[in-house]
Write a protein that binds this ligand. Structure first.
Ligand code: PLP
Length: 293
């Protein structure tokens, strides 16, 4: 079992082995729920308000009542973090529409099921950062509401498995010949020194890491553009990166078995990786100081 230690289920903390959800939970029956992953460094949550804001948007889009106020979520998360044995954590917030007799239509009085759990956060090892990772491409055949962080992840799981089967780290997705994102990350491309990424839309998850990368690029005055990117532009890119809360910023150096650019992490990646690590350290130091105060 991957989940570790103590979890929070519907208002109580308990060992994960004791946590139970009824089989008629709509999360199990329909995948009818949403979730978040908040990365935690040295017990300091990273961008917690941005993650909670996205959770609120996912819940609203899924028409699931938000069971807690922002303040209550902000209170539960540090309590759960403090109960774990490890410092760097991936805190998952999972909310389903609740338990009801099986029927597609929303149950009238269902109470949302809430699970908060923490896994060790495993960032890419140094060797992978230095060498870069392999990715494959696939047609993005998911639904048209990829902006909702839904627990209905079978589309993403099938696509991710294509890269596992090919011995690669990610599956980069193309819809109608345009880059969207990857099975569990956003994608950036660098061409002639310009950082490019598809704009936010219903076709991609608005990544919290994507936003951090954009802020850092803007702060450092790096050229940045949001626009549709063709398959040819992806394949002919000087650099390709994937971003997510667990991968942070990672260079893709091989795509469908062919080298990206020079086949090694490029200069713009090196700059962004450094900026991201410096920013993380700054957030962590500020969080530690707040905790000590
Ligand atoms: C499909 C998809 N896109 C993008 C991301 C990146 O989002 P974030 O940076 O908020 O982790 C994820 C993260 O899990 C994802 O599953």
């Amino acid at each position: 079992m991957n989940a570790s230690g103590i979890v929070f289920l519907n208002g109580s903390f308990m060992p994960v082995e004791e946590a139970r959800v009824p089989v008629l939970d709509r999360g199990f029956i329909f995948g009818d729920g949403v979730y978040e992953l908040v990365p935690v460094y040295s017990r300091v949550p990273f961008r917690i308000d941005e993650h909670l804001a996205r959770l609120e948007r996912s819940l609203a889009a899924a028409r699931i009542r938000d069971p807690y106020s922002r303040a209550r979520w902000r209170d539960i998360i540090p309590q759960l973090i403090a109960k774990q044995a490890f410092e760097d954590q991936a805190v998952y917030l999972q909310v389903t529409r609740g338990v009801a007799r099986r029927d597609h239509a929303f149950p009238k009085d269902a109470v949302p099921t809430v699970l908060v759990m923490s896994n060790p956060l495993l960032c890419p090892p140094r060797e992978l950062v230095e060498r870069g990772a392999a990715a494959v491409t696939a047609a993005d055949d998911r639904w048209l509401r990829c902006d909702i962080k839904s627990t209905s992840l079978i589309g993403n799981c099938l696509l991710r498995q294509l890269s596992v089967d090919a011995g690669a780290l990610e599956t980069i997705l193309l819809r109608d010949g345009r880059l969207t994102e990857a099975s569990a990350s956003n994608v950036f491309v660098v061409r002639r020194g310009v950082i490019l990424s598809p704009p936010k839309s219903n076709l991609i998850l608005p990544g919290i890491t994507y936003d951090v990368v954009i802020e850092l690029a803007q702060g450092a005055g790096l050229p940045l553009e949001f626009r549709d990117l063709s398959e040819a532009e992806l394949r002919g890119a000087d650099e390709v990166w994937v971003t997510s809360s667990s991968k942070e910023v990672l260079a893709i150096t091989s795509l469908d078995g062919k080298p990206v650019g020079e086949g090694k992490p490029g200069p713009v990646f090196h700059t962004m990786f450094r900026l991201y690590q410096e920013f993380k350290q700054k957030v962590m130091r500020a969080g530690k100081a707040r905790q000590a105060a």
